[in-house]
Design a protein around this ligand. Structure first.
Ligand code: PRP
Ligand code: URA
Length: 209
């Protein structure tokens, strides 16, 4: 495994992943699981976050306390990333949110951009790009290219399930960008779906099939 890739194996997360994979899990449950797992992932990822000390006044008196140093921006890749972002924002309500709309061309599997709205001054933020599935890696690479063009310097990619093919492609294109995933699955099938994966994340989240 490349050193930019971090596999998060917390038992609670792995338990919920198994429920997400189950084809009998309905849309409501699936959406809740994606939100919960995304929040738990960010809890794990932020363990090493740099802190700064500030003064705070309690009802009794003044003291010093620690707060996170980095401002956070969460950038979901539409559509499926939206629900991951929801889970993260529950935990970090001050996070700024940007959106990158991409869909995979079903024939070429290449990402097609259809929307982009990002916070200003991206260089000031730690940016979490979120998308449940890293399959061929095309969407993740495209999103990171857009963010870099817009000035982002401190980027991490957070996904649920990844395919070895996509991880390799993403890591060789951006070896310094950390990738957090909760499972590295077997392979891609001939339609670019992750095996065993969990199916089409967008369709399962939004009930579109
Ligand atoms: C899915 C998924 C990723 C992309 C991953 O989105 O949410 O964005 O595919 O595939 P890749 O690594 O091969 O690029 P999809 O394009 O199906 O769009 P949707 O979220 O609108 O359903
Ligand atoms: N997108 C998905 O939603 N699922 C996959 O397995 C691959 C790409």
């Amino acid at each position: 495994m490349r050193k930019n890739v971090h596999l998060i194996e917390h038992p609670l997360i792995q338990h919920k992943l198994t429920l997400m994979r189950d084809k009998n899990t309905n849309t409501k449950e699936f959406r809740e699981l994606v939100k919960e797992v995304s929040a738990l992932m960010v809890y794990e990822i932020s363990r090493d976050t740099e802190m700064k000390t500030i003064e705070v006044e309690t009802p009794i008196g003044k003291t010093k306390g620690k707060v996170m140093k980095d401002e956070i921006a969460v950038v979901p890749i539409l559509r499926a990333g939206i629900i991951m972002a929801d889970g993260i924002i529950d935990l970090i309500p001050t996070a700024k949110v940007g959106y990158i709309g991409l869909y995979r061309d079903p024939e070429t599997l290449e990402p097609v951009e259809y929307y982009c709205k990002l916070p200003n001054h991206l260089e000031e933020y730690k940016v979490f790009v979120v998308d449940p599935m890293l399959a061929t890696g095309g969407s993740a690479i495209k999103a990171i290219e857009i963010l870099k063009e817009r000035g982002a310097k401190n980027i991490a990619f957070v996904c649920l399930i990844s395919a070895p093919e996509g991880l390799e492609k993403l890591s060789s294109r951006f070896p310094d960008i950390p990738v957090y995933t909760i499972s590295i699955d077997e392979k891609l099938n001939s339609h670019g779906y992750i095996v065993p994966g969990l199916g089409d994340a967008g369709d399962r989240l939004f009930g579109t099939k």
